[in-house]
Design a protein around this ligand. Structure first.
Ligand code: ATR
Length: 281
């Protein structure tokens, strides 16, 4: 592309930022829709997060995504925080208005739900219990989204129980904390199982979980997308459960930012999935 004075600017702020797939993803959409825009990787040292974010309106940016390790700090820098970002305790999308004010949002929960909606079309979160493994940043987004979608009972399990209790306390609602040792048993009668831990991620140990008690129609989702088919998803698919991989969450969470900055809700297609997946391994 050749930028002009009219070119709309956005990007992703992180440290390091070279691992981020977002420039590839947004770059694909910009080209696909022939939009006069640019989406840049912006490596910002943790010492300068506030200065860098405050400079964005001065430089003419419409907004940015925020990634590791700046998502929590960004919450305290922006001028306004929307409900979802406040509940999750992290900002992953900043939208800059005409007056140069920064609004912090979080689209991870949206990405999670949209991924389920597309990957498991008949699934209705309000119909049954959900089991969520993990209590990190990703789990916060997943739990907030499931509660908003009307999940009647959410069983939250984390190796470090106190962290799960903190998360449950922050979210309120129908969250029941269970013990990590009981993770096989709590699958009983569940309609959804989500892994948000790093177990199963390339280079990490696989998740040690016996699926015998999980109902055959329960949807299984791993938010880990490296590899795309984790041992958990393999296990679940072998016993006939519908499975949804984690790549779709990454793709769908990008949509609200793209729409706010570039004026169009972009589509997540098979071609886009293949394009981003080709760069993963
Ligand atoms: P993120 O913000 O991406 O969710 P995180 O905050 O590092 O990442 O959280 C990682 C999750 O994986 C946590 O729930 C962590 O459990 P702890 O809170 O007990 O640390 C979980 N996790 C990582 N390694 C694990 C292991 N070997 N066994 C069980 N859980 C593990």
């Amino acid at each position: 592309m050749i930028a002009t004075g009219e070119t709309r600017l956005a990007g992703v702020v992180g440290w390091p930022v070279s691992h981020s797939r977002s420039p590839r993803l947004h770059g694909y959409w910009l080209e696909h829709y022939a939009i006069d825009g640019a989406y840049l990787p912006l490596g910002v040292d943790p010492r300068h997060v506030e200065t860098a974010l405050r400079a964005l309106p001065l430089l003419g940016f419409r907004g940015v995504n925020v990634t590791v390790p700046h998502k929590e700090e960004a919450l305290g820098v922006v001028d306004r925080v929307d409900d979802m970002a406040a509940r999750i305790g992290a900002v992953n999308t900043i939208v800059i208005d005409a007056q140069g004010r920064l609004e912090g949002r979080n689209s991870d929960g949206f990405g999670f739900m949209e991924n389920l909606r597309h990957g498991a079309p008949g699934f209705d979160a309000s119909r049954g219990a959900a089991v969520v493994l993990g209590a990190g940043g990703a789990a916060r987004a997943v739990v907030a989204a499931l509660l908003e979608a009307g999940t009647p009972e959410l069983r939250l399990i984390n190796r470090t129980r106190e962290r799960a209790e903190k998360l449950a306390g922050d979210m309120g609602g129908a969250v029941r904390v269970e013990n990590w040792q009981d993770r096989d048993q709590v699958l009983q009668d569940a309609a959804l199982l989500v892994n948000t831990t790093t177990l199963g991620l390339t280079g990490h140990a696989p998740l040690d979980l016996n699926l015998d008690r999980l109902p055959g129609e329960a949807v299984v989702n791993d938010i880990v997308y490296l590899p795309l088919r984790t041992p958990l998803l393999d296990d679940a698919a072998r016993r006939g459960n519908p499975v949804v991989d984690g790549l779709g969450m990454l793709l769908h969470q990008a949509r609200p930012g793209f729409e706010a900055w570039f004026g169009r809700d972009p589509e997540v297609t098979q071609e886009l999935r293949d394009f981003v997946a080709a760069d993963l391994e």
